[in-house]
Design a protein around this ligand. Structure first.
Ligand SMILES: Nc1ncnc2c1ncn2[C@@H]1O[C@H](COP(=O)(O)OP(=O)(O)OP(=O)(O)O)[C@@H](O)[C@H]1O
Ligand SMILES: [Mg+2]
Length: 249
């Protein structure tokens, strides 16, 4: 039987607004993500995706509203929240002169993961991502897709329960993107909750639910099937274009 603690949403944004001066980059946003759910955040450039994800990690404070991770307010429980989440920023910082292994050790150290635990986890992640043959290669010499896999591994080194990924496959070729999603599917099968922003609507199709952001507002939030049915279109791309056009009209 799941306990009451398990039933808390993994992520909750309650009427969250974030202003930069006069601009409301995120405007009255409410989203609840269940444990084990894969939630996709889509929207045009500047829609407020990164701002939203940064607030989930406590890197930015909300101007108004509440941000909760497993029921803990990010503002008052930052240490607990940091333990629970793995955040891969839109421009994740890898050290190009360091090897794959050295980058992983650097991030493991940062999280206080050492010794046998670190080695076991590194071995498992390198096998899962099929990056083991490149363990000694400098990060700067990896392909785009491999760099993103390395960034993902660095994000996973402290056993987070909730993964927050900001456009992790941007600019990556289709085969490598598919590969990346196979890894994500495996992590989700192991029980991780995933919130991911993406510019690729074929990726959004893989999410349980998709939130469409426009000018900081959530204009739709539903399953891919429901969003397509709403606009009578076959692809999420069609639904996305129709939704944005309707907003502009
Ligand atoms: N630190 C900041 N100071 C001022 N304005 C900001 C800041 N961060 C973001 N913004 C503005 O807030 C809006 C939302 O930006 P955000 O980066 O969240 O969008 P996004 O959906 O992630 O876009 P992209 O798809 O290009 O990554 C934009 O208009 C942006 O210029
Ligand atoms: Mg962004």
């Amino acid at each position: 039987m799941p306990s009451a603690v398990d039933q808390k949403p993994a992520i909750e944004l309650k009427n969250v607004t974030r202003r930069f001066g006069a601009l409301a980059a995120v405007d009255g946003l409410s989203i609840t993500v269940a444990p084990g759910e894969v939630f996709g955040l889509v929207g045009p450039d500047g829609a407020g995706k990164t701002t939203t994800l940064r607030m989930l990690c406590g890197l930015l404070d909300a101007t108004e509203g509440e941000v909760l991770i497993e029921g803990d307010d990010v503002r008052t429980h930052l240490d607990e929240v940091k333990d629970k989440i793995g955040y891969m920023a839109q421009r994740f910082g890898l050290y190009t002169d360091l090897t794959v292994e050295e980058n992983m050790i650097f991030y493991a150290d940062l999280f206080g993961v050492t010794g046998a635990d670190r080695e076991a986890l590194m071995t498992r992640l390198l096998a899962m991502t099929r990056m083991a043959p490149f363990r000694s290669r400098p990060a700067g010499k990896l392909s785009g897709g491999m760099k993103q896999k390395l960034a993902l591994m660095c994000t996973l080194l402290h056993h987070p329960k909730i993964l927050i990924l900001d456009e992790p496959t941007n600019g990556v070729d289709p085969l490598s993107r598919r590969d990346f999603w196979l890894i994500l599917d495996e992590l989700v099968a192991q029980g991780l909750t995933l919130m991911i922003s993406t510019a690729y609507l074929d990726e959004a199709e893989r999410c349980h639910r998709v939130g469409l952001l426009h000018h900081g507002k959530l204009i739709h939030c539903d399953t891919p099937a429901a969003l397509k049915a709403m606009y009578g279109v076959k692809t999420l791309e069609g639904a996305f274009v129709a939704a944005i056009e309707r907003q502009a009209a």
